[in-house]
Write a protein that binds this ligand. Structure first.
Ligand code: NAP
Length: 299
């Protein structure tokens, strides 16, 4: 199987470079090899590569910046995805794509399942939902994974931001009324590889799946967990967990509105793949272990 991986330098993309290797030949491209704002260049890549599967980990992920740059977010998260889906349909290729927990408005108390109605609150979520709809409209063979609160030892994410701030600050205010599930890019990539394998063997139907660790938390409790875990691994920090104070989202200025609950119900995927979803704390522990072994500044 020949796999075209787009977005190889992102958090999930980096892990996919490793996880997809046992499945076949992987052609991994970053922004310089395939810019999703350029439809003609994207089509040229698709026709010269002729992949059996396209795995799209590239996206416009700057949630706040998207509020004032709807055009670029739409190009990357919706129009380019439509191009990929139409190509996949015509070439009978599999499309694997990632969407977001931010397609939901958060009004629901329980975790969101795949049958719950999306209603995004922000531009990023709207453009990601448009990408999902483009895949449905193209009716190609596709696996779409909704993920959220991604962490990795690499890249921009909440965990790395908290560690950086914990080296500088002696007080931090973090939102406590938004709930979700921290999930590692490594886990997302490993489950993706398993899902592709099972799909190609006829054991996993095409469709949309929620992919997340087990359990849920809020940003404030998550921040405290990160800082306590880093300190326990020998990090020399200026910030202690109890110096992280809970605030309401309405008191934290941000361009984009975020859902108060974006916890994902993963029963569909865990049943289909016979998976035990590890707890979010197990996954954060693993990322902290990896960071402590790589000698990053905090450690
Ligand atoms: N991170 C999260 O918490 C989260 C939550 C929900 C869903 N997701 C979804 O999960 C997927 C993977 O996200 P991630 O966390 O790995 O994101 P990420 O670390 O921000 O990586 C996204 C990658 O897309 C690339 N990209 C952006 N614009 C591009 C363009 N015009 N052409 C080509 N490449 C472009 C970026 O390249 P540069 O590095 O050059 O900018 C980056 O390498 C995305 O579909 C995202 O929407 C992520």
């Amino acid at each position: 199987m020949k796999i075209l991986l787009l977005g190889k330098d992102g958090q999930v993309g980096r892990e996919l470079c490793r996880a997809l290797l046992p499945l076949g030949e992987v052609v991994a491209l970053g922004r310089d090899g395939a810019d999703l704002r350029d439809q003609d260049a994207l089509l040229a890549v698709l026709s010269s590569c002729r992949p059996d599967a396209i795995v799209n980990a590239a996206a416009y992920t700057a949630v706040d910046a998207a509020e004032s740059d709807r055009e670029t977010a739409t190009q990357v998260n919706a129009l380019a995805v439509a191009t990929l889906a139409r190509h996949a349909r015509a070439a009978r290729a599999l499309l694997v794509h990632y969407s977001t927990d931010y397609v939901f408005d958060g009004a629901q108390q329980r975790a969101y399942s795949e049958t719950d109605r999306p209603n995004p609150l922000n531009v990023y979520g709207s453009t990601k939902l448009a990408g999902e709809q483009a895949i449905q409209a193209a009716a190609c063979d596709a696996l779409v994974f909704r993920i959220g609160w991604v962490h990795s030892r690499h890249g921009k994410n909440f965990l790395n931001t908290m560690l950086r701030l914990a080296l500088e600050r002696q007080r931090l205010d973090v939102v406590s009324d938004q709930h979700g599930t921290p999930t590692s890019a490594e886990f997302v990539a490993d489950v993706t590889a398993l899902a592709i394998r099972q799909h190609c063997a006829g054991r996993l139907p095409a469709g949309t799946y929620h992919l997340a660790a087990a359990g849920s938390t809020n940003w404030h409790a998550y921040a405290r967990y990160i800082v306590a875990g880093a300190a326990a691994r020998g990090a020399s920090l200026t910030l202690a967990p109890e110096q992280i104070h809970a605030i309401a989202a309405r008191d934290y200025p941000a361009a984009a509105q975020r859902p108060s609950n974006s916890t994902l119900d993963t029963a569909k995927l865990s049943h289909a793949l016979q998976l035990r979803m590890p707890s979010w704390t197990e996954q954060v522990d693993r990322t902290l272990d990896q960071l402590s072994q790589t000698g990053k500044p905090a450690f």
